[in-house]
Design a protein around this ligand. Structure first.
Ligand code: ADP
Ligand code: MG
Length: 260
């Protein structure tokens, strides 16, 4: 494989069988994303953007094709392995904040660290990392507040802190600004861009906003479950954060290494 491709999808097909109808949501899709790139996925409602994110991230299985993340084929992993790989390497920012309402902001941010069993962090370390992540999104003062006590923009910043707390190599965002006013949207975009540039994290952002798309390195346009057009590429930010191999030792491996 050519180096620094962190996400590779080849001939990916995914269908949903609802019992009554079969929907071909992805129809043989190809996509490559370089490490450190910030890519926007755009296209009409129902064209398969969310399905693409869910399958690339290994949340959902595909019917045909191959998905490699950091050179590793997700389909060849056991469920347990895949879950660990996801926890160590991926962060998720979804449109509806998906924060747990009974937990405070900081407790929500701690969740991925508690789920990343490979790291076996102590409670004190978990708290410290979560505090740093909240500080990075400008929410140190709100750490003890619950989601319902925060504005929409603040809640989305908590999800970003949560997505980034374990410094994942890849962040998946599904319409992260879909629910926010334009000023707050821009703040969230600036925040993601800064983290992308500072840490070299790869971002894949589904958006309906041309403005958000224009600020990414590249726009991938989708239609009917396929990539139909890709925007011009700009040089990607220098990659710093690489993939973890949670099944092996705790050392960090670069994503171009052989699958374990
Ligand atoms: P987008 O995010 O671009 O709006 P989706 O990926 O959500 O599109 O959906 C792609 C297609 O797959 C749509 O036709 C949608 O109705 C269908 N679809 C998505 N999720 C499911 C599901 N769980 N069951 C059945 N059909 C689904
Ligand atoms: Mg969607």
């Amino acid at each position: 494989m050519s180096d620094n491709i962190i996400i590779r999808a080849q001939g990916v097909k995914k269908r949903y069988n609802t019992g009554k109808v079969i929907v071909q949501a992805l129809q043989g899709l190809d996509l490559e994303v370089k490490q450190g790139e910030m890519v926007a996925i755009m296209g009409p409602s129902g064209c398969g953007k969310t399905t693409l994110l869910n399958t690339l991230s290994g949340l959902d299985a595909i019917d045909e094709g191959v998905i490699e993340i950091g050179g590793r084929d997700l389909a060849k992993m056991s469920d347990k392995e895949r879950t660990a790989y996801r926890a160590a390497n991926m962060g998720f920012v979804f449109q509806f904040y998906n924060l747990l309402p009974v937990l405070s902001a900081i407790e929500n941010v701690e969740m991925p660290l508690l789920l990343d069993y490979s790291r076996r962090l102590k409670a004190k370390e978990v708290r410290k990392l979560a505090q740093e992540a909240l500080a990075a999104v400008g929410l140190s003062e709100q750490s003890e507040q619950r989601p319902t006590e925060l504005s929409g923009g603040q809640q989305q910043r908590v999800t970003i802190a949560r997505a980034l707390v374990n410094k994942p190599a890849i962040v998946w965002a599904d319409e992260p600004t879909g629910d926010l006013d334009s000023r707050t949207s821009q703040e969230i975009m600036d925040l993601m861009r800064r983290l992308n540039q500072e840490n070299g994290q790869t971002f894949v952002i589904v958006t309906h906003s041309q403005e958000i798309g224009d600020q990414c390195d590249r726009i991938v346009w989708m239609k009917d479950g396929l990539v139909v057009n890709e925007g011009a590429k700009q040089p990607a930010a220098a990659p710093l954060i690489t993939l973890n191999q949670p099944n092996g030792h705790s050392k960090r491996l670069i994503p171009t290494m052989q699958p374990a």
